[in-house]
Ligand binder design. Sequence first.
Ligand code: UDX
Length: 438
Amino acid sequence: MRVSVIGCGYLGAVHAASMAELGHEVVGIDVDAAKIARLAVGEAPFFEPGLPELLRSAVASGRLTFSTDMADVAGASVHFVAVGTPQLRGSFSADLSYVDAAVEGLLEHVSAGDLIVGKSTVPVGTAERLAARIADSGTGAFLAWNPEFLREGFAVKDTISPDRLVYGVPVDAEAAATAEAMLSEVYAQALAAETPLIVTDYATAELVKVSANAFLATKISFINAMAEIAEVTGADVTQLADAIGLDVRIGRRFLGAGVGFGGGCLPKDIRAFTARAEEIGRGESVAFLKEVDAINLRRRQRVVDLAVDALDREPHGKKVAVLGLAFKPFSDDIRDSPAIDVAVRLRGLGADVVAIDPEAIENSRRMHPQLEFDDDLEAVLSGADLVVLVTEWNEYRHMDPVWAGELVGTRKVIDGRNCLDPKAWRAAGWTYQGLGRP
Ligand code: UDX
């Protein structure tokens, strides 16, 4: 099939490359000329395992091209809208201006029978509004909503072999059948591998995405709330998570207590969900998400408070080695990163923060020039008064406490991801402090 992908950010670039890998002819469109220039020569503009290989082979095969000119979508029959929906400044709502602009731009170039497919995460009701606009345009194009559930670090796998496909299709039966058939041709390979498919209405498709993220965020904040309780009762939240996680109805995944969630999705999506629920008169239904957000943000301050205590309440001029900057491992993304937040607050308290991350230093330096960075772990640990682990990259979680102990000034570690073995660290002479652990 010939497909276009509007927006070549995180979601769009991965989607475009994956669609080409599935054998489709793909054009990726973005307004950012520098990004398009890199993608056009098969270079990934951000860190994502597997993406550079995919881009290089798809660009070399001629199946994947990139352009800044929306007119180049002509000839494609399926057009994916994969632009960002960031949090609006000074508000919890999602900024839909990029989605609206993408659809308006597309309407100038689509042909009758073309399918426009929303992939961006949007407030419920957006698809219905856009469908009305597309119907009014007289182009004969129509709309489906097809949310994605990709995780950074696993984005290629999650796109090519998703764990489910969801299509939100029009009410009209004929249009619905055509939309389903077109999408199923796009995803033929995944469907042949028996990926579960749910065909539904626009509102359900939009809500599947936001409610999935709300559920994941709630699960993390639940265990972090238990960590808060554990901290005053002497219980161990990691053992508690192991024990409740053995109940298959609960499950152990996403019960990792620590400094909490960040990134470009969970925080802004739960906020946009509460804002939208309030707009439609159902604020109380998801009011708990405000608590989920609050618990999550408290954990960042908890790490800072523990650090200040570990520095005998005099952080000024003390060297703090911050391990990790990305919001999670296998990513260079620092959007709403708990690690960055902790580093910036400690710096604000006068500590000499030196931070390291295998992938996210460049992004961090650009956004937070007040911080000091070093890509040599030995140098970062050298003479440190305190080590704070905030992103659980393998190189930090598997660090030898004896080796690290010989480098630092004082053997004190705060394990903001509960990923170190307290016994091994204590045996090597460290004062170990996890979150929600005695
Ligand atoms: C998330 C959803 O998982 C994905 O389905 C959706 O499409 C986009 O948002 P992502 O933001 O890539 O994906 O990261 P995810 O792996 O979900 O982690 C989110 C955050 O939660 C990270 O900061 C991570 O460190 C944190 N987390 C995760 C925890 O604190 N504890 C856990 O147990 C799991």
